[in-house]
Ligand binder design. Structure first.
Ligand SMILES: NC(=O)c1ccc[n+]([C@@H]2O[C@H](COP(=O)([O-])OP(=O)(O)OC[C@H]3O[C@@H](n4cnc5c(N)ncnc54)[C@H](O)[C@@H]3O)[C@@H](O)[C@H]2O)c1
Length: 368
């Protein structure tokens, strides 16, 4: 008899968006929520009618009727949980960032290959309707080759869970760059065709967090998260050069003196046209604008789309890839490339030098 695809979910916060998405699909059953904060997991399970709750995710991985898991736990634990899940024969949808560094991310990719299971990174912004509309424009060649991109997510007061795992490098892997910058960096790379990075230069600053400033109001660390540590950056900026000659500038902050609470989006410069997408303006018809010229006349336009829940579209894509045996739009390999860039940016910020990615292990100063 045909049985539904069985899902297990690790975690109890952003995990709710995953559970909601799975619940929209007929052929899928969410069977278990796993997490050490059992009461929080139980509350989520009750809300969504999930029958089982376990404290230890390994008990969930031992369940034969679970085919795939969503990993929605602090970054440090992504690699352990994902590799254990893949070795247990489960398909994995892992929250961003894929891991706290490229080495761990690569180990997850290797485990997916060794076990012949699907590994997808939960880059939800790739599945929002405005992203889909812009990607279609890019794929049609309207911009031509993209030689320059900008990716930015800058918050004014946005340090999450102050003194919690987000602000503790050993658990998070870093600050706003790895937490929110990663989303826009991924979007820009996705539009640019994920070119091979060859060199990275970056700077990081901690001007707010260590002074106890810049907290996101209403985002307190839970008991499970408290570390009372702030040892990450609160602003990161970097430049990435690619093998195809393109360049990308990324900016990410949790706190900074700026006009808006949240400034996020991407900007693309192509030989035939340009585009910008502002993500906080999600619902606005012109959150995506394309800039072109024909015969010396400006021909800008705003591709149309209707916003909906991008998490549900992301989850549906994951399920369809499992059901059809197809590769996902957000494969683990791209999660590794992203982490190579982020690792290099942090390394460059620490050393004050350019980090070359085309010559393994070599660190060079910028010439000229
Ligand atoms: N895509 C998005 O929009 C988005 C938004 C927020 C967070 N995230 C990502 O999702 C992940 C979880 O973030 P969150 O905000 O839900 O965190 P959180 O701390 O609020 O919740 C994490 C959950 O992980 C579980 N957990 C904690 N420690 C664990 C351990 N040692 N082993 C197993 N499970 C453990 C707990 O059940 C906890 O509820 C992070 O990687 C974060 O970057 C993504």
């Amino acid at each position: 008899m045909h049985r539904k695809l069985g899902i297990g979910v690790c975690g109890a916060r952003i995990a709710r968006n995953h559970i909601y998405g799975y619940k929209q699909i007929e052929d899928v059953d969410v069977l278990c929520v796993a997490g050490p904060d059992v009461d929080r997991c139980r509350a989520v399970a009750e809300e969504y009618g999930v029958p089982r709750v376990v404290a230890d995710y390994r008990d969930m991985l031992a369940m034969d009727d679970i085919d795939a898991v969503s990993i929605c736990v602090p970054n440090r634990f992504h690699a352990t949980l994902a590799i254990d899940a893949l070795n247990a024969g489960k398909h994995v949808l892992c929250e961003k960032p894929l891991a706290v560094n490229a080495q761990e991310a690569q180990r997850i990719v290797d485990a997916a290959r060794a076990n012949n299971r699907l590994l997808m990174v939960a880059f939800n912004n790739r599945f929002s309707a405005n992203t889909l509309a812009l990607k279609e424009v890019v794929d049609q060649g309207t911009l031509g080759p993209i030689y320059y991109g900008k990716a930015f997510w800058l918050r004014r007061h946005g340090i999450p869970g102050f003194g919690g795992w987000f602000t503790t490098k050993s658990i998070s892997g870093g600050g706003p760059l790895i937490d929110i910058g990663v989303h826009m960096l991924d979007l820009a790379l996705y539009m640019m065709g994920y070119p091979e990075p060859v060199a990275v230069m970056g700077s990081t600053y901690d001007e707010f967090g260590s002074r106890g400033l810049g907290a996101h109001k209403g985002w307190e660390a839970t008991d499970l998260q408290i570390t009372n540590t702030f040892d990450v950056e609160d602003l990161a900026v970097g430049m990435v050069k690619f093998a195809n000659g393109a360049t990308l500038v990324v900016e990410a902050s949790w706190a900074g003196h700026q006009e808006r609470e949240d400034d996020l989006g991407i900007q693309l410069y192509g030989r035939l046209g340009g585009a910008r997408m502002l993500m906080p303006d999600y619902q606005k018809a012109d959150s995506v604008r394309v800039f072109t010229e024909a015969d010396g006349h400006v021909g800008d336009f705003a591709p149309s789309f209707i916003m909906d829940d991008e998490y549900s579209r992301e989850i549906r894509h994951f399920v369809e890839c499992i059901q059809n045996g197809t590769e996902s739009l957000a494969p683990g390999e791209q999660g590794v490339t992203l982490m190579r860039i982020i690792d290099a940016l942090y390394e460059s910020a620490a050393s004050g030098r350019e980090v070359r990615l085309d010559v393994p292990g070599q660190v060079e100063e910028i010439v000229g």
